[in-house]
Write a new protein. Sequence first.
Length: 121
Amino acid sequence: MAYDGTVASPVYQPAVRTVSNITQANVGVFTTTVDHNYTDTDIVTVFIPSGFGMSQINNMKGRVTVIDATSFSLPIDTRTFDAFAVANNGQLAQSIPDGQLNSTTRGPVYNTLPSRVRNFQ
């Protein structure tokens, strides 16, 4: 497969991932070009550029259910959507993380500002 610009090990997680396929099913299954590193609590928005198949799912969001390292499902019924197809227009279909449950945040757990700035209570 040709390089599609996806950063395999980005600094920030969860990361935007390039989508290479979406099934037409009661629960849509997404395949990414590299390991997605999502968890079952991540919420993603689907971005489908113009010219791709399954444009009906563009800007829809849902909670991820992880299937394996490069596959996950979203609770979106895609059975009546057009078949997914990649357009050769230089753009990428993507899953874009946009939320997590607070209990699963994987970032810093404290403010990194100097102590003189933190004492604002």
